[in-house]
Write a protein that binds this ligand. Structure first.
Ligand code: HEC
Length: 230
């Protein structure tokens, strides 16, 4: 009987020491990792030293002249409410801040319509590019509201070809892009003001392409050729 007691007591001592006895003790060996998860990653953290590069720093300086993708080096921001350089493609990073039509889409108390600066073919392609990046995931490449997000459960994405939106003032669409509408979030902090106008130009082109165009939209010089094809 007693020998069982000693055996059990011995085991208990070993158990207690093995569990509790080495707590707090330091070891130079790496711990046993059953699930290492993502504890070890071949990356450098911000602002740390590195012996890999000759200057001893892990962070690299961007190549001289680096600018964010799609943008030129930012110029001054107009503070007087004027459009300044913002009207030229890629000239400036500008997120609307002023009280003028260009920034708000409003003329007086009303939504204005028309582009606040001259649109060139270059602007239209810029609009297409920005629409494809920012809007097509929901509204679809043609604006019909059938983008990829609609297949993953986002409901009631507006079809940009409905008459209501065809007739909507440019300024109101500008405001929708800037501030969002119901379940659509605002893009005012990530799409530059001039790009928002370029996107609207492209939406107008899409609307024409989906049954909104008439023969009067064709330049007179090219009408005869189209009529001949009929
Ligand atoms: C995350 C998905 C999503 C993205 C991205 C998105 N939209 Fe929308 N948009 C919606 C939804 C949803 C609605 C319908 C909102 C509602 O219930 O009125 C909508 C509505 C609209 C309307 C109609 C507003 C009205 O007054 O009825 C316009 C115009 C519009 N979007 C333009 C754009 C443009 C331009 C972009 C790109 C800059 C864009 N949207 C990006 C989801 C999106």
């Amino acid at each position: 009987m007693l020998k069982y007691f000693f055996a059990l007591f011995g085991l208990l001592v070993v158990l207690v020491i093995s569990i509790a006895g080495f707590r707090g003790a330091k070891s130079t060996r790496s711990p046993i990792e059953i699930f290492p998860d993502m504890d070890h990653q071949p990356k450098v953290k911000a602002q740390v030293a590195s012996s890999f590069f000759s200057d001893g720093r892990a962070a690299r300086v961007p190549v001289a002249g680096t600018v964010p993708m799609g943008y030129a080096i930012p110029l001054h921001k107009p503070v007087d409410g004027s459009l300044g350089e913002a009207t030229g493609p890629y000239k400036q990073i500008y997120f609307s801040s002023g009280p003028v039509y260009f920034d708000t889409g409003k003329i007086g108390d009303q939504w204005g319509t028309g582009m606040p600066f001259e649109i060139s073919p270059e602007w239209l392609s810029r609009g297409r590019e920005r629409f494809t990046i920012n809007c097509s995931p929901c509204h679809g490449a043609t604006g019909a509201g059938t983008g990829i997000a609609s297949k993953y459960g986002l409901v009631a994405i507006a079809n940009l070809h409905q008459d209501r939106i065809r007739q909507m003032a440019d300024g109101e669409i500008f405001n929708t892009i800037t501030k969002g509408k119901n379940t659509m979030m605002g893009y005012g902090d990530r799409i530059q003001a001039q790009d928002r106008w370029a996107i609207i130009t492209y939406i107008r082109a899409l609307q024409k392409s989906q049954g909104g165009a008439t023969i009067n939209d064709v330049p007179p010089a090219e009408r005869a050729a189209l009529e001949a094809q009929k």
